[in-house]
Ligand binder design. Structure first.
Ligand SMILES: [Zn+2]
Ligand SMILES: [Zn+2]
Length: 616
């Protein structure tokens, strides 16, 4: 048992607050921003950011002999989706594509690399992820539903972690989701006290909007029945006011987790570099962070600079600035396209609503829970539709319009998160205002997630030449919930309408939004092709929206590069582009479609250098 003697006294650590107070969406959870505020960046934090955005001279290229890759199926993903017999690279770039005999003749002294029948693709581009949240939360062990089907399994795993930890070490895990894990409606401190009564245990809910801790953790943080709730964040309590270990919202979570000494010593730049290495294993060569600044404010640019200067980056980084820090970015005079081929700002991010699975996506019609409540009201007792039945606008329509017009006029390509159909209407109206003024000249202009799409909206997207990016894991992980409990079948069938957009000639992409779903382009491709749902192997959501494999490959390479304003550099295997490519042990165009996600990435190359090679 925990006793006073073996507990540390509560420490009065200062909680440095973010310069803003936001609660946008699952992909931009406030927990992350508050959590990050308790961490060290590195010594680079002390650097000024003013000169970051002036172009740095490119690192001197290491000259190596020309190499010709042969004996592979090379899927170039060029405009014609053509195939090549061989590919020659010199230093960082592709210098020739074509028949092996011709390349051999052109480069007689080249090294020949036999690919043993593997498939070569352009490196995948993840057009929407969140670098700092992955770097921070991602370090913790996953005890969620895909690893531990029952809550009891998660508790057993936590117990194993405790047995391996040092006596006073915090045991921290993530992804617990009582709505998808059987055995308990919720976690509380008593359940976690069974894991350990002597050392602190802390577990993030998958949504990142909640966390759970045991009694020791509460005691170390000095939180008891007399502790008041935090601003817009509270401690779950028993009837007598004693905290029950449920931490609701970013501030309550931060008030506990900031006492973890390991967190204080955390090196964010190295953790971000590790995210790049992790991405390489699933074939990603370029990441696009959607909301830079949301975690640590403007010093995130220092983290990026530290990554570049380390010369240890194994993936390119593109990023959109979080619009919530508009004044800061403007005072630094950050401009579109500042940076270079390794790290570059390519967009301005605005979050217009919440998430559909969190019932905070902004809808034209009420969510199912509200309409069923009304339906069940008998006769004169018809209940009124609750105020939250339509979800949440994180920004009012008029304000969104003004912001889009103002930012577009300043040359910023916009990246607007919109999940619900009303949020998409508002986003389209805002784009329309800028379009009518002739301001949409620096595209592509994006709509993120763009989850529920009606035909009339698809026409507007086409007319204004906008570009959606779909979080295709919505279909796989939450498709059944959308159908059964969130929207009903008719509206759920409007989820992630890739084929409908494709038919209209709209360019679109797929993304993971990690930490919402895990980065894995081959899984995204399989999900978009099959539209099968987790735990319902045989049912398909909106079969008309299934697309073919080649189209899905294009979405994760060529079109993602274009969407990240990098289409001239990367995204296809063509002469003059960077030698960013991957080797696969099977051809995604040939395997059965529900085996695409099982294909192994055997090598990942960035700018002519192998950055990942699978163990044989
Ligand atoms: Zn996101
Ligand atoms: Zn989002």
């Amino acid at each position: 048992m925990a006793t006073e003697s073996n507990l540390k006294a509560p420490q009065a650590l200062p909680l440095v607050m973010a310069p803003f107070d936001v609660s946008p969406c699952a992909c931009c959870a406030p927990a992350v921003s508050l959590l990050n505020c308790t961490m060290k960046v590195t010594d680079q934090e002390l650097c000024k950011v003013e000169h970051w955005h002036s172009k740095a001279p490119p690192p001197a290229a290491i000259s190596v002999n020309t190499r010709i890759f042969v004996n592979a199926k090379i899927i170039t993903v060029d405009a014609a989706f053509s195939f090549a017999d061989a590919m020659a690279i010199k230093d960082t770039k592709i210098v020739a594509m074509g028949e092996f005999a011709d390349l051999r003749e052109a480069y007689p002294s080249a090294d020949i690399i036999d690919c043993e029948g593997k498939t070569i693709l352009p490196g995948f581009i993840e057009p929407h992820m969140h670098l700092l949240p992955i770097a921070t939360i991602g370090q913790y062990e996953d005890v969620g539903p895909f690893v531990c089907p029952a809550i009891e399994d998660a508790l057993i795993r936590l117990g194993e972690m405790v047995s391996l930890a040092e006596p006073d070490e915090w045991v921290v895990a993530r992804q617990i989701d009582p709505s998808l894990q059987s055995g308990a409606a919720d976690l509380d401190r008593h359940m976690l006290d069974r894991v350990s009564a002597t050392q602190p245990v802390f577990v993030y809910n998958a949504s990142l909007h909640f966390a759970y801790c045991n009694t020791v953790a509460l005691q170390i943080a000095g939180i008891n029945k007399n502790t008041p709730d935090e601003l817009s964040s509270s401690y779950g309590r028993a009837a007598d006011g004693t905290p029950n270990g449920v931490l609701q919202g970013g501030r309550a979570m931060a008030a506990v987790i900031r006492h973890n000494p390991a967190q204080q010593a955390y090196d964010l730049a190295s953790a971000c570099l590790a995210v790049g290495s992790k991405a390489n294993k699933v074939g990603i060569t370029t990441l696009c962070d959607q909301g830079t600044g949301l975690g640590r404010g403007i010093v995130e640019l220092d983290i990026y600079r530290t990554m570049v200067e380390s010369r240890r980056m194994t993936a390119r980084l593109r990023y959109s600035l979080s619009g919530l820090l508009q004044e800061k970015w403007d005072s630094l005079d950050v401009q579109y396209a500042d940076g270079d081929d390794m790290v570059r700002v390519v967009g301005w991010k605005i979050v217009s609503d919440g998430s559909n699975q969190g019932l905070t996506g902004l809808q034209r019609q009420p969510y199912l829970f509200a309409t069923s409540a009304v339906d069940s009201g008998a006769g004169d007792n018809l209940q009124e539709i609750p105020a939250n039945a339509f979800g949440v606008a994180y920004i009012e329509a008029d304000e969104l319009k003004d912001m889009v017009v103002e930012r577009a006029a300043r040359g910023w390509p916009l990246v607007i998160h919109a999940n619900g159909d009303q949020a998409i209407d508002n986003t389209l109206d805002a784009y329309q205002a800028a379009y009518d003024l002739g301001l949409l000249t620096n595209g592509p202009y994006r709509i993120e997630h763009c989850s529920i799409l009606h035909d009339d909206q698809i026409q507007r997207i086409k007319t204004m030449n906008l570009s959606p990016s779909f979080l295709i894991g919505h279909v796989y992980y939450w498709g059944a919930a959308m159908r059964d409990s969130i929207f009903g079948l008719t509206k759920a069938n409007l989820l992630d309408r890739t084929a409908a957009c494709e038919k209209q000639g709209i360019r679109w992409t797929l993304h993971s939004d990690e930490p919402v779903t895990e980065m894995n382009p081959l899984r995204c491709i399989e999900n978009a092709v099959t539209r099968k749902m987790w735990q319902e192997a045989d049912s398909v959501l909106a079969v008309d929206e299934c697309i073919d494999v080649a189209t899905a490959l294009r979405a994760m390479t060529r079109d993602a590069a274009w969407q990240c304003h990098s289409g001239d550099e990367i995204g296809s295997l063509e002469v003059g582009k960077y030698a960013d490519f991957i080797l696969l042990d099977q051809d995604p165009l040939s395997v059965p479609v529900d085996e695409i996600a099982n294909i192994n990435v055997t090598e990942t190359w960035l700018a002519g250098a192998c950055v990942y090679r699978a163990a044989v």
